[in-house]
Structure formats: structure tokens, C-alpha cells
Design a protein around this ligand. Structure first.
Ligand code: HEM
Length: 197
């Protein structure tokens, strides 16, 4: 029988690929990401991680071993936005109604994105329009050399907490990827309204 980690990786592979595609993977891979697209990515991630972290904070006992204070990305993103003189976007708290078990699926998506983030950080260095914005960039550096260790610790936490309810977690992870799509489009709308063509 597949473990929860295997199920998540396999069953969310198609939506991961769609998400990569939506979030400018082609432009990243070809070194053509624009400064506006980089801003769009940061604002999208901010909306996701702020919502997720505040939802997790509502369940301190359940998430004690997740060690939320060591996994916060909102301060990194807030610093990156401030550096670029961008205000923090208003987006709904998308995880308010999620149970702790469902939030495990959303946390899987958030923590997994730190693995992809390492690749993205490498691509960003090849995007000449973005390089000038990266001087003090923090978010895409993620956990740096601790990435592997943090991912394994998350896997152990996930396995323990998802026991008996794997279907709920896998379904929630699929929906969490879709929330990324929704936030990406919501931020796009905000950016278009702020800078009409
Ligand atoms: C252009 C953008 C992205 C690229 C190139 C990318 C690439 C990758 C790569 C190479 C891995 C595997 C890393 C490893 O095994 O060490 C990975 C894992 C993962 N990424 Fe992405 N990623 C991107 C965006 C995202 C985003 C935006 C999310 C979340 C919405 C995400 C969620 C995940 C998850 C959950 C995993 C863990 C898969 C597993 O269970 O092993 N990725 N990504």
C-alpha cells in the first residue's frame, strides 16, 4: 500500500505540472521572466502563505510538531514586497474553514513548493530582467541548505498526523493547488486594475 507521501506525490503530479505552467515555468526555464511576472509570483505566494499560516495558528496543539514559527514564509515575502515598494495584497483568508487534517494537505503544498523554489531560485539568476531585483531577495532562497532536512521532518509529521485519514489529506492537497490558481488570477486582476493598459 502506498504511503501518504507517495500518494500525494503521484496523485498531485498533474495539478503540480499545471501549476508550474501557470506560474510562469516556461518563462523561468528560458530566462525570460519579466519584472512584472516576478512581482506577480511574490504577491501570489504572499496570499497563500499568509492565509495558511494564520489558519495553522488556529490549531496550535495539532500543529505543535510542525513547529510553525520555524516554517513561516510570510515575513520573507513581506520583506521582498517592501524591497520592491509593493503593498501587501488584500486576498481572502482562503483556509479559514479548513479542518486541521485538511490543512495538512495545504501545508504539503506550501512545504513542497520550497523544493521547487530551489529550482526557481536557480532560474531567476538567469532572468536578466529580474536579476536587479534579487539583491536582498529572501523568499526564493527558502530553507537553503536545510531544505532536505526540513522536508524530511515535515514528512514525518505528515505521516503521523494523516494516519487514518489519507483521502482527506490528498483531496485537500488537490484543492490547495487550485487555491494557488485562484490567488494567481485574483492578483492578476489587482495588478491589471492598478496598472491599466
Ligand atoms: C516553476 C515553478 C516550479 C518548479 C520548476 C517546480 C519544480 C519542482 C521540483 C523539481 C520538485 C522536486 C524537488 C525534489 O524532489 O527535490 C518539486 C516538488 C514539489 N513542488 Fe514544485 N515546482 C514549481 C512550483 C511549485 C509550486 C508553485 C508549488 C505549490 C503550489 C509546488 C509544489 C510542489 C510540491 C508539493 C512538491 C513536492 C512533491 C513531492 O511530494 O515530492 N511547486 N517542484
Amino acid at each position: 500500500m502506498n504511503t501518504i507521501a507517495e500518494r500525494l506525490r503521484e496523485e498531485t503530479r498533474p495539478i503540480h505540472e499545471q501549476t508550474e505552467h501557470l506560474l510562469y515555468a516556461d518563462a523561468l526555464r528560458t530566462g525570460t521572466l519579466s519584472a512584472d511576472q516576478y512581482r506577480h509570483l511574490l504577491l501570489t505566494h504572499f496570499g497563500y502563505h499568509r492565509s495558511l499560516e494564520s489558519a495553522i495558528d488556529q490549531h496550535p496543539d495539532f500543529f505543535a510538531d510542525y513547529e510553525p514559527d520555524t516554517r513561516r514564509k510570510t515575513p520573507w515575502l513581506a520583506a521582498d514586497l517592501a524591497q520592491l515598494h509593493l503593498s501587501q495584497p488584500f486576498t481572502d483568508d482562503v483556509f479559514t474553514a479548513w479542518s486541521p487534517t485538511e490543512l495538512l494537505g495545504a501545508a504539503y503544498v506550501g512545504e513542497g513548493s520550497m523544493l521547487g523554489g530551489k529550482t526557481v531560485w536557480h532560474y531567476l539568476q538567469q532572468c536578466s530582467a529580474v536579476v536587479p531585483l534579487l539583491k536582498n531577495a529572501r523568499f526564493y532562497q527558502g530553507y537553503g541548505s536545510e531544505t532536505g532536512q526540513r522536508w524530511r521532518a515535515f514528512g514525518a509529521f505528515l505521516t503521523q498526523k494523516a494516519a487514518g485519514r489519507p483521502d482527506v489529506v490528498v483531496d485537500a492537497a488537490q484543492r490547495a493547488f487550485l487555491i494557488y490558481h485562484k490567488l494567481f488570477k485574483a492578483v492578476q486582476l489587482i495588478l491589471t486594475e492598478t496598472n491599466p493598459v
